[in-house]
Design a protein around this ligand. Sequence first.
Ligand code: BGC
Length: 286
Amino acid sequence: MRMEGRALGIDIGGTGIKGAVVDLSDGHLLSDRVREKTPQPATPAAVVEVTARVCERLTESGWLTPDLKAGAGFPAVIKDGRSLSAANVDPAFIDAPVQQLLTERLGRPVVVINDADAAGLAEVAFGAGRGHPGVVMLLTIGTGIGSALLIDGKLVPNTELGHLQLHGRDAERLVSGAARERRHLGWKRWAREFNVYLAMVERYFTPDLIILGGGVSKELPRYVKYLQARAPMVPAAMLNTSGIVGAAMAADGGLVAAEREAEAADRSAESEERVIAQPVGPADGR
Ligand code: BGC
């Protein structure tokens, strides 16, 4: 998908909230990359305030103008603008209207997508996955483990593979970057455990390319010799910026609209009679 113009990209993570104005034609940053620490506890009100601070700094620098739309990557399952999970942010984010909260506070339209999905979109458009056909898997290894699954460039959102079960526990609790530090694992030991996780991901998805991103990918030379996978593995090309760039790509509803169209086309092919189960909602009277 060729995009034009510029947009604000925001990457909300477990440790930092980063933003920049992005040139959508080639994914490069037009402004400085501004970073503030993620507030602790990372409640919706606190996160929205710090995000607003990032935007103020970009406005002060002259790059962020009122006409620019924004996209934000957020570390949770995102459905219809709501965050449905909260592994590394405050539990108050579960079922929070994060897209609406940001749109209101920032005074501009904001489209929110999962943070790893944002990174995956950017790497496939402009980085390590550019022009790569087939099944591309991006894994971000940082505070948690995020995943993006793209098939011939099209995103399957919210795959959340950091929560696959490894030795009976959430994989990211054992092999994320934060877990490596918390568990005082050396690179060799960590890589051995991460290989078990990779084998599981490969068993389920048989990717044609695995892109490693997130904080831990910056240290790749220290452990690359211990890593094993069937698919070729490459480091993310846009180490600090893929989350910001992918978020900016989602601004303006461009990608969301494209996905909606595809979904609507699929749905119209199904007849009403084929619906055999209704979505589970709150029971009557609750
Ligand atoms: C979250 C994901 C996120 C990943 C990386 C996980 O804990 O569940 O939504 O993509 O961390 O931030």
